[in-house]
Design a protein around this ligand. Sequence first.
Ligand SMILES: *[C@@H]1O[C@H](CO)[C@@H](O)[C@H](O)[C@H]1NC(C)=O
Ligand SMILES: *[C@@H]1O[C@H](CO)[C@@H](O)[C@H](O)[C@H]1NC(C)=O
Ligand SMILES: *[C@@H]1O[C@H](CO)[C@@H](O)[C@H](O)[C@H]1NC(C)=O
Ligand SMILES: *[C@@H]1O[C@H](CO)[C@@H](O)[C@H](O)[C@H]1NC(C)=O
Length: 407
Amino acid sequence: MPPARSPAAGLRRRKAFIPLLLLLPMILIILFLISPLRSIPAVSNAALRPQQTCDYAAGGWVPDASADSQLRYDHTCKEIFKGWNCVANGKRNGRALLRWRWKPTGCELLPRLDPHQFLERHRNTNIGFVGDSLNRNMFASLVCMLRGVSGEVCKWRPAGADRGFTFLRYNLTLSYHRTNLLVRYGRWSASPDGGPLESLGYKQGYRVDVDIPDQTWADATSFHDVLIFNTGHWWWAPSKFDPIQSPMVFFEKGMPIIPPLLPPEGLDLALKHVVTFVNKAIRPNGIKFFRTQSPRHFEGGDWNEGGSCQREQPLSSKEVKEFFSVDNNSTNTEVRVVNQHLMKALEQSTFRVLNVTHMSEFRADAHPSTTGGKKHDDCMHWCLPGPTDTWNDLLAANLAATERGLD
Ligand SMILES: *[C@@H]1O[C@H](CO)[C@@H](O)[C@H](O)[C@H]1NC(C)=O
Ligand SMILES: *[C@@H]1O[C@H](CO)[C@@H](O)[C@H](O)[C@H]1NC(C)=O
Ligand SMILES: *[C@@H]1O[C@H](CO)[C@@H](O)[C@H](O)[C@H]1NC(C)=O
Ligand SMILES: *[C@@H]1O[C@H](CO)[C@@H](O)[C@H](O)[C@H]1NC(C)=O
């Protein structure tokens, strides 16, 4: 594993360069010893005990009655998309859902992202979120946390971004790049002249070019120092692209793949190309994360079958098991299935895994639900403030562990 670090930290540390060089072999050995193959472990709260690693992905939520008197930002943050603003929209437990902290098994509470420290640590840094609306949800959370302590921002759209901000006093840029499948897709219909898909009876669908990164983020890879990718299970689930009416048809090198692939196979291939592309295009010291799937919590039917999420407490461990066990074939199980594809694609790569799935599986209480402003309940996005603040805590802890590794 190459020692990753933020270029900003590199600039600040130039004077310490020579002692650092001498330390490097030792650090590499330590890093090797503490890192399992798949994901970088976050170092425990105690910076002085890097040998005590902590798996932040596993654990439980513990009540913290004081948490909502120390709001990290409130409903007035302009970056909160209207439907996710549970407090402003009058969701009954809009504030109560903040009274929980994530406690990784056998460790102290996951430390909260300290916005001052985050801004300071990531001076002259560009951080990009690349993915669907769940990554926008996470982006909005980070923007709101940082704006709370540093309001001087310039709003702009760097490198194909949908939205972005530079925190002027720190020259830290955050942006969100909208993409659903990560790769390019668009409507496809049969040509009157025929072709391999036409001869198999395909009439219309969605063309997915597995080897062409979506143009909304293709330039982001060389612009950002830190990237956080996701692609939602939603997009790869059969319900989104009807396999009969509008199947996904996969293309590679501009040609249809024959025999046609099923969505999970297409996903594997798209992920493979994305990993290769990012590895080539990323800046030399760039850090790349892949965020795991964000679970949905529809009960009593799927989103279009009147399913809802009315709970006001996180699920118990037992309930989480029932909701998400792959064997149970329930409404929301696809997260774990898509995660398996993700892990396979990332296995041999230097992507770090930001594993938010399990911690989020508990939070059936924290979706906009009936206050999302849609015809159906929103049991997919998250209230802001809400659980995606904790995803950012995890991100900050991971980035901080990297820096400590080089200290
Ligand atoms: C995420 O963490 C949970 C809890 O430890 C684990 O069960 C799951 O396999 C992890 N998922 C991935 C994709 O690493
Ligand atoms: C701001 O940060 C970028 C790198 O992210 C750097 O290229 C640029 O020179 C910085 N600007 C200033 C004024 O330091
Ligand atoms: C499957 O899920 C349903 C609720 O969604 C639950 O009632 C049932 O007990 C679960 N079964 C198992 C085997 O977990
Ligand atoms: C899983 O559930 C869906 C409907 O929700 C059904 O169409 C499918 O046949 C089920 N699969 C299995 C293996 O039970």
